[in-house]
Design a protein around this ligand. Structure first.
Ligand code: A3D
Length: 321
């Protein structure tokens, strides 16, 4: 059986880590496309020369020609500008929408059967645009944000409770912006609610429990910005790449993972025609199912606020275009 083929559109910070993870996990052959000529070939040559040391079999190629992505099973898009300190993701809208329009055309022409995972920001608007311009079925066009935001929430919970992150389960829904919705109620450590563990840690002081939970939620919402500020130039790249690879693996290995993914809603959660982060089952058919979980009144309110922010962003994009 031939190896799978993964195309990376954008060979910057995230693109480089994506390529390395694809190679190390032998997910398939990789083509890295970037408009900067030579750079993607240099990166892929460098990475190829580690194949003996790391022991992977994969053909890695850099290119500035869309023809080379032909036959890709999965395309991951990171093309576009990252944030600078002080910028919100939405500040990237005008520039990245124009880039996404070119990229979508390239994918549509040269990889018409691929699954497409968007990482470029502002995420919810960029996925919407890509799906509209490619016309690919909604099962095949999705955004990576929830896996990362949930991973960040889980990381902060593990640190707070002093437990292995492997035992933490937590999910973040909604848009990938300041209004994202970490679902506190279902956060747990091997089935034990995080709320119960905090209550135990703080001897039943519920004010303290709420204060600590709120701090973790707020840190999750601002986690991307926290990294941007520290880096001084560019945005997070290790964790976004790892998160997208989890999605690629779920699709290529038909894992049926239940992950929060930015998916096109058509009536689910009372939302129609917008891409928002919700739990889905990811397998060889892409988004195989959108899982509608029961939100309580507070969660529903926050989710609706987040959806309204996504709607506003998409309307702003339509004006720009
Ligand atoms: P960066 O290292 O600048 O890489 C972007 C690459 O895109 C550069 O190599 C550019 O040359 C390339 N590029 C620009 N225009 C085009 C084009 N028309 N066609 C092909 N390639 C092009 O950025 P990065 O890798 O750090 O981040 C990439 C994107 O991901 C940014 O928009 C970030 O904001 C976004 N991002 C999203 C998340 C999410 O969780 C959703 C997290 C972190 C970053």
């Amino acid at each position: 059986m031939a190896r799978k083929k993964i195309a990376l559109i954008g060979g910057g910070q995230i693109g480089g880590v994506l390529a390395q993870l694809c190679a190390l996990r032998e997910l398939g052959d990789v083509v890295m496309f970037d408009i900067v000529e030579g750079m993607p070939s240099g990166k892929m040559l460098d990475l190829s020369e580690a194949n003996r040391v790391d022991g992977f079999d994969a053909d890695l190629k850099g290119t500035s020609d869309y023809k080379d992505i032909a036959g890709s099973d999965v395309v991951i898009v990171t093309a576009g500008l990252p944030r600078k300190p002080g910028m919100s993701r939405d500040d990237l809208l005008a520039t990245n929408a124009k880039i996404m329009a070119q990229v979508s055309q390239g994918i549509k022409e040269h990889a018409p059967n691929a699954f497409v995972i968007i990482i470029s920001n502002p995420l919810d608007a960029m996925v919407t645009l890509c799906q509209r311009l490619t016309g690919f079925p909604k099962e095949r066009v999705m955004g990576m944000a929830g896996v990362l935001d949930s991973a960040r929430f889980s990381c902060f919970i593990a640190w707070e409770l002093g437990v292995s992150v492997k035992d933490v389960n937590a999910m973040v829904l909604g848009g990938h912006g300041d209004t994202m919705v970490p679902i506190k109620r279902f956060a747990n450590v091997n089935g034990i609610p995080v709320y119960d563990l905090l209550k135990r840690k703080y001897n039943g002081d519920m004010n303290k429990v709420e204060e600590v939970m709120t701090a973790m939620v707020e840190r999750t919402k601002g986690a991307g910005g926290e990294v941007v500020k520290l880096l001084g130039n560019g945005s997070a790249f290790y964790s976004p790449a790892s998160s997208a690879i989890a999605m690629v693996e779920a699709i290529l290995r038909d894992q049926k993972r239940l992950l929060p993914v930015c998916a096109l809603l058509e009536g689910e959660y009372g939302v129609n025609g917008f891409y928002v982060g919700v739990p889905v089952v990811l397998g060889s058919k892409g988004i195989e199912e959108i899982v509608e979980m029961e939100l309580d009144d507070e969660e529903k309110k926050l989710f609706d606020v987040s959806c309204a922010a996504v709607k506003e962003l998409v309307e702003a994009m339509d004006k720009v275009l």
